[in-house]
Design a binder for this molecule. Structure first.
Ligand code: 26V
Length: 812
């Protein structure tokens, strides 16, 4: 590591010269980014291998976190922070005439994920490395990550994410560790000398999985783990083979391009499974490469395969990598010649599974025929797992046809990935208390009765290093001044801030820092996006994927309601507020895209109406991403967490906002309930139906939204503006479908039902925000109680209860 500032400045200037041929005084911020990231990567590489050999090779156990998504965001700032050189580098750069934050803005986000699930995986990697645990990521190196969102005339337009265009500074390609993955072909069986059937896979197509390793630097730089991203390439052999097969050069190239296309893009749809063959290929490609790699590593230790679960844990992030189960079985059975029972015991002991949603439309199933065509041997193994499982059920529950039909892994021509995941693993966890209870009592009730010992809860968390220490340096600073820096290692210590809840100096600081952050964000918004907002107004922030159940529509209708109030009564007393939205809709999600258009239309009307000036402003932030989240979260006063109760498995944005002193307005859903329990009712605004009420109404066949519409004038007025002639419609029928979803189709997500109570909660917020001191107390309580939601806590629970993973921090 550069030991001091002088050395850093020299090294940085040298990099600019040797890699870009530029002197400091002519270098742009992009040049500076390229040189700085390269310099930091050099430092990391120096200790990475050594670190690996010293620690991980002797690690009692390693964990591989298999995930189709890792939403890493930017890495420069995080690496500098974790290497503990951030301040020194920042000063050095200032002295050379640069600003670190401007340099950081030149890094393209690694957006290899859709939303919560992918970002959780990234937070987990940070915690694993920071806790000194040998836990690594296994993912795909998509050529195009999450699409870039543009707003054109109020509509979302998707633009390809060219994140690799300037190169990705943090990866190391390792062609020498490439692995072959096979697709297609057929399976032959032959009786062996032992009298057992032996299977061999033939006539397949081979693809080369080439790993690109990204170092994951833990806090204090002691541990450096690996995120291994696999990329699909044809092997040289394949190219020769293809050349021989095709007599037309262009046809050959076309075929080759098709092979590579497996890792081309991230599916941008985070709830509806489209059953696309390419997606299934991606899933198997990741799993097969990852498991083969791990087994090779294990074999270097010269131990019997029965010891594998003592040395390796394989975690599957939702069902997307569930083929880990039959793939490990295939290797143990066909390549290592183990018997079924031995292989099964090893597999189930090694694999654990997290469920991230109970939305039925997001539960993965694949047509058996598709699985058979693409992976014939894997399909046979899944069918065998199913058969043995159903037989064992028959033994335990004789003649209980209903139970068996309900639990079967293969049924109606479909492979049910959640069932495979539960049966083939030793642990199944939900991501917040409520979510786990819903899994146990409803969605997976019969599985829970059958395997009660497998089920457990692991409430999600977020890394306080990125989301507080890095994103909000001024707040981190005043926290450390008040309670020392122990919270950085042990975020539970944030609780000590509660001692200051009546301390005027502290409360003033909390207020001042929030105000500064709002000003800072407003400056950025004006300079970079040309949007002018008033930092004195209340900043109300609703940032997450756009989904019916997340109810951005409820927020939008409430804004319309406020607008109506202002228009009908000029003296309407309203705390000036700026409503911020950030949300991407899946490209094929028609309703979600309509809601984006609606928000932009409301923004257009409200922001241009002179009657409203200084009271209301609506901003739709284009292209919501990790780096944008890092900018806005420190500036938020209100955190909108308003999902239909029971639908949001956990939420993690709620935790990030809370940790930065925003106060939640939310339903009793997901981790909001745990936030409520931490901060107490005076420091959160809850409203709406409770989860059990929602579930009851669903069971009884829904409610009549017309009733609310007829009884509640405020609701009716807002809803009517979607279809009647109004400044919103200007006679257009554009929002008719939203209106119909609310009234004709009975409001599946209870938007109208919860609206009156939401208006009440928002009214109270408006009033309370005027009381600066009391508001700062709420803000302080939220920061103080957020330690529980550090992903360090979550990871320690996974490590103790599921993975049997220890910290290597004590090893030298
Ligand atoms: C499903 C699909 C299906 C189509 C292809 C692409 C794709 C990608 C992701 C998903 C699963 C979505 C599940 C999910 O993201 N759940 C979220 O997980 C967060 C972390 O646990 C949690 O905080 C959120 O409440 C939950 O919605």
């Amino acid at each position: 590591m550069f030991s001091d500032k002088k050395e850093f400045k020299q090294a940085f200037s040298r990099k600019l010269r040797t890699e870009l041929g530029k002197e400091v005084h002519v270098a742009t911020d992009l040049d500076a980014y390229r040189s700085l990231s390269s310099l930091v990567q050099d430092e990391i590489l120096e200790s990475w291998k050594e670190n690996y050999e010293q620690k991980h090779a002797q690690a009692p156990k390693q964990m591989y976190y298999f995930s189709m998504e890792f939403l890493m965001g930017r890495l420069l700032g995080n690496n500098l922070l974790n290497m503990q050189v951030l301040e020194m580098v920042e000063e050095g750069l200032n002295e050379l005439g640069f600003s670190l934050s401007k340099i950081e803005d030149n890094e393209t986000d690694a957006g290899l994920g859709n939303g919560g699930l992918g970002r959780l995986a990234a937070c987990f990697l940070d915690s694993l490395a920071s806790l000194g645990m040998a836990g690594h990521g296994m993912g795909l190196r998509y050529r195009y990550g999450m699409f870039d969102q543009r707003i054109v005339k109020g509509h979302q337009v998707e633009v390809p994410d060219l994140w690799l265009n300037h190169g990705f500074a943090w990866e190391v390609r390792r062609p020498e560790e490439a692995i072959e993955v096979t697709f297609g072909g057929y399976v032959n069986s032959k009786k062996g000398k032992d009298g057992n059937l032996h299977f061999s896979h033939q006539g397949y197509e081979t693809l080369r999985a080439v790993p690109y390793d990204v170092p994951v630097v833990g806090y204090e730089g002691e541990t450096i783990n690996t995120l291994r991203l696999w990329s699909a390439e044809p092997s040289e052999q394949d190219i020769l083979h293809l050349a021989a097969k095709y007599d037309d050069y262009h046809n050959m190239l076309h075929h080759q391009r098709k092979l590579e296309s497996i890792s081309d893009f991230l599916y941008p749809d985070d709830s509806t499974e489209e059953g696309k063959q390419l997606r299934l290929k991606q899933e198997y490609f990741l799993v097969s490469a990852g498991v083969q790699h791990a087994v090779r590593q294990f074999e270097q230790q010269d131990l019997p395969y029965q010891e594998l679960p003592k040395k390796f844990a394989f975690h599957i992030n939702d069902t997307h990598p569930a083929l880990v189960i039959p793939e490990l079985m295939r290797i143990l059975l066909d390549e290592k010649q183990l018997g079924w029972k031995e292989a099964w015991d090893i597999t189930t002991a090694a694999v654990s599974y997290t469920n991230h949603t109970t939305l039925s439309e997001a539960l993965e199933t694949w047509p058996v025929d598709m699985v058979r065509n693409l992976m014939p041997r894997i399909c046979m193994i899944i069918e065998e797992i199913n058969e043995r499982f159903c037989k064992s059920l028959w033994k335990s529950y004789p003649e209980d046809f209903e139970r068996i039909a309900h639990l079967a892994i293969v049924a109606d021509g479909q492979v049910k990935m959640a069932h495979l995941s539960v049966v083939g693993s030793h642990s199944v966890n939900g991501v917040a208390n409520l979510h786990t209870e819903i899994l146990k009592k409803r969605e997976m009730k019969v599985f829970y009765e059958t395997f009660p010992e497998k089920f457990n809860n692991k409430t999600n968390g977020i890394t306080h290093r990125r989301w507080l220490m890095h994103a909000n340096k001024p707040l981190s600073h005043i926290i450390s001044e008040a309670i020392g820096s122990g919270w950085k290692e042990n975020p539970a210590e944030l609780k000590q801030l509660m001692q200051f809840r009546d301390d005027s100096v502290m409360l003033d600081s909390i207020h001042r820092v929030k105000q500064q952050n709002k000003e800072h964000f407003s400056d950025w918004l004006y300079k970079d996006c040309g949007i002018l907002v008033d930092p004195e107004s209340l900043f109300d922030v609703h940032i997450k994927r756009l989904h019916g159940y997340k109810r951005q529509l409820l927020n939008a209708l409430h804004i319309l309601h406020l607008y109506n109030e202002i228009k009908s009564n000029r003296d309407f007393d309203l705390t000036p507020r700026t409503f911020f939205f950030g949300a991407k809709a899946a490209p094929g999600y028609y309703f979600a895209k309509k809601v984006i258009k609606l928000i932009n239309t409301i923004a257009d009307v409200v922001n241009h109406d002179p009657d409203v000036q200084d009271k209301l402003k609506v901003v739709f932030l284009e292209n919501y991403s990790v780096s944008l989240a890092e900018k806005i979260i420190p500036a938020a006063n209100i955190s909108e967490q308003i999902s239909t109760a029971s639908k949001e498995a956990s939420g993690t944005g709620n935790m990030k906002l809370m940790m930065n002193g925003a106060v939640t307005v939310g339903t009793m859903d997901g981790a909001n309930i745990e936030i409520y329990e931490q901060v107490g009712e005076e420091n959160i605004y809850t409203f709406g139906l409770r989860p059990e009420e929602v579930l009851k109404i669903y069971q009884d066949g829904g409610y009549l939204s017309k009733d609310v519409y007829e009884q509640e004038e405020r609701v009716r007025k807002a809803v009517d503006q979607l279809v009647h002639y109004s400044p919103i419609t200007k006679g257009d029928k554009e929002f008719r479908d939203i209106y119909d979803a609310l009234l004709l189709h009975n409001d599946e997500y209870f938007v109208l039902k919860d609206m009156p109570d939401y208006i009440r909660a928002q009214q109270k917020i408006s009033e309370d925000y005027q009381q600066t001191r009391q508001w700062s107390q709420k803000s302080l309580a939220n920061i103080a109680q957020s330690g529980l939601f550090s992903s360090d806590r979550t990871i320690k629970e996974y490590a103790d209860d599921i993975w049997g993973l220890a910290s290597l921090k004590t090893l030298t």
